[in-house]
Design a protein around this ligand. Structure first.
Ligand SMILES: CC(=O)N[C@H]1[C@@H](OP(=O)(O)OP(=O)(O)OC[C@H]2O[C@@H](n3ccc(=O)[nH]c3=O)[C@H](O)[C@@H]2O)O[C@H](CO)[C@@H](O)[C@@H]1O[C@H](C)C(=O)N[C@@H](C)C(=O)N[C@H](CCC(=O)O)C(=O)O
Ligand SMILES: Nc1ncnc2c1ncn2[C@@H]1O[C@H](COP(=O)(O)OP(=O)(O)OP(=O)(O)O)[C@@H](O)[C@H]1O
Ligand SMILES: N[C@H](CCC[C@H](N)C(=O)O)C(=O)O
Ligand SMILES: [Mg+2]
Length: 503
């Protein structure tokens, strides 16, 4: 019973009856007979308030952080009470002990960075075989899909998911690693066989406070590489360059990727845009030469078409090529898989229409994300680019005017609207964004504010002319709009299709 506490400091507050542990949960609503309940203090609730509920549901061991008065609980005489300090950080060790370290029985490919994690995880899952994938849009183990709350779940969930993946026969666990997860220790018990750093631009400063903290959180992933694990770094990014120069001489292999510098291990270029994507070039000469690998031809260079678009997606592709190579996949196979790969849901997702215009739904929700997709769109649009976007409530406030400023760089017309206002006043959020449009130096006046997102999309669709592009940004794959504490069904793609049908 106590073997789950190996390598953890703990204090037994009450020794109960011995029993075989059937499961561990920190949410009282998931407790079943012979379970262990972990009481953690959270940001909105306190798990210690649910100890009685957990006992009533069958918990026979309570792990708590605080000093609890056991006499207060009913039917608690035979239960074991154990106290552990800073339990959220220790949960990963407890879970690993219980599930017998499944993380050491599978190859783990992590992706971190402000933008491109979800996209890269989809690219990688198309290259690798027998995979599990976890991230923002949901979790998948082989052909089974699960919903998720967080991009990177709490350590207990993570270890459970890895255990399930191992038991179902997956060979690779592909995961988005959020800065929150790195900061609060959700992934402390993992070692990565491959870790990609995509980029770092402003987001989540509500949580990290400064860019330096945010950067240090992201960087942590490279101290979690397995002995023979590989770090993959976008050295065109200034933070990436910094990590690369610090790390490149360490024991692990570090692969640099670039689209600006032919000195990088793996570099690429966009040759041209096509009707369905773009034609790219990938050069791996340096990678092969510097590692004394046998080349299959004189110059390790590949030119081919993919369905993804934009420079930023070339970065995602290069990172995944490096990751797959480091995991032992052959380059010919990687190139074949990339050519067959479909686009990613909610990422530059184009909605078919007969208006001879391009309607794109995309998850860009930072100034950098908007700028990247917007510039790409501008390049391939004959006439006007109309952009609809908002900014999430209860999230980074500082990015709001910056997003607006970014949108002015490629938009001919802007429609500001709501994007998950959560518990904030939507009008206040929109006013924050608007500040970036009415800036003193370069004011931008071709815009309208329509708080209701459906109405905003309708307005945008009405403006749309032949040869134009309509960018609906911020929600991508999301199928909800969070207003207050309520989650209402809302899907940008569905709304567009409904309006098209009405036309
Ligand atoms: C601020 C934060 O990180 N919150 C996370 C945290 O919630 P919490 O501990 O504060 O939960 P709480 O509601 O206060 O409850 C406290 C405890 O009481 C328990 N409880 C509660 C009710 C009950 O009836 N019974 C019960 O036992 C809860 O299970 C919990 O253990 O622990 C939960 C379980 O792991 C997370 O789902 C939750 O993420 C919330 C949803 C969140 O929004 N997190 C964001 C900030 C986040 O982590 N984002 C990153 C990055 C996203 C990105 O890249 O864009 C991510 O990885 O998702
Ligand atoms: N490598 C990249 N660099 C910059 N922008 C990108 C990159 N890849 C994708 N984007 C843009 O950012 C948006 C979000 O991409 P994606 O969902 O892949 O990122 P993410 O890192 O998973 O984000 P989140 O942390 O919110 O889950 C995309 O819709 C696209 O507009
Ligand atoms: N995972 C990110 C996604 C933001 C997407 C946007 N639609 C919003 O709600 O702000 C977050 O929670 O900050
Ligand atoms: Mg994501």
């Amino acid at each position: 019973m106590y073997k789950i506490f190996k390598d953890v400091n703990y204090k037994v507050l009450q020794e109960g009856e011995n029993f075989e542990i059937k499961g561990i949960e920190y949410d009282s609503r998931k407790i079943e007979k012979d379970f262990v309940f972990v009481a953690m203090t959270g940001s909105t609730a306190d798990g210690h308030d649910f100890i009685q509920k957990a006992i009533d549901s069958g918990a026979r061991m309570i792990i708590c952080e605080k000093n609890v008065d056991i006499k207060e609980y009913k039917n608690a005489d035979s239960a074991t009470f154990v106290q552990v300090e800073d339990i959220r950080k220790k949960l990963g060790i407890i879970a690993s002990n219980y599930y017998d370290y499944p993380q050491n029985k599978i190859k783990i490919a992590g992706i971190t960075g402000t933008n491109g994690k979800t996209t890269s995880s989809f690219i990688l899952e198309n290259i690798l075989e027998k995979t599990a994938r976890i991230g923002t849009t949901g979790n998948r183990i082989l052909d089974e899909e699960f919903e998720t709350v967080n991009t990177t779940p709490e350590s207990l969930e993570l270890i459970k998911l890895i255990d399930k993946s191992v038991k179902k026969g997956a060979d690779y666990f592909i995961m988005e690693v959020s800065s929150h997860a790195l900061e609060i220790g959700r992934v402390d018990m993992l070692q990565f066989d491959s870790a990609i750093f995509t980029n770092l631009t402003q987001d989540h400063l509500d949580f990290h406070k400064t860019m330096e903290n945010y950067f240090n959180a992201k960087k942590k992933i490279f101290s979690m590489l397995r002995n023979n694990g590989t770090g993959i770094i976008n050295t065109d990014d200034k933070y990436g360059e910094k990590i690369y120069s610090e790390k490149k001489d360490e024991n692990n292999d570090y692969i640099s990727i670039s689209i600006k510098n032919e000195e990088a291990d793996i570099w690429g270029d966009i040759l041209n845009y096509t009707n369905h994507g773009m034609k790219i070039k990938i050069n791996l000469d340096n990678y092969f030469e510097r590692r004394n690998l046998v080349k299959s031809k004189d110059e390790e260079e590949y030119k081919f078409e993919i369905e993804l678009v934009g420079e930023y997606n070339l970065y995602n592709v290069l990172g995944c090529v490096a990751s797959a190579l480091s995991l032992g996949v052959k380059i010919d196979f990687i190139v074949k898989k990339l050519q067959e790969m479909p686009s990613v849901p909610g990422r530059f997702e184009t909605i078919k229409n007969n208006l001879e215009a391009r309607i794109v739904v995309d998850f860009a929700h930072t100034d950098d994300g908007l700028l990247n997709i917007g510039k790409t769109l501008k390049q391939i649009t004959d006439n006007q680019v109309i952009t609809i976007f908002g900014a999430g409530g209860d999230r980074d406030h500082d990015k709001r005017p910056k997003m607006a400023k970014a949108a002015t760089e490629f938009s001919d017309y802007i429609i500001l609207t709501s994007d998950n206002p959560r518990t904030e006043n939507p009008v206040k959020i929109l006013a924050d964004i608007e500040k970036g449009l009415i800036a003193e130096k370069y004011p931008f006046d071709k815009y309208i504010i329509i708080a209701d997102r459906e109405k905003a999309i309708r307005y945008g669709m009405r403006l749309l002319q032949k040869g134009d592009s309509l960018l609906i940004a911020g929600k991508g794959h999301e199928t909800y709009q969070i207003i207050g504490n309520e989650k209402n069904h809302f899907d940008d793609r569905e709304i567009v299709r409904k309006i098209l049908e009405e036309k």
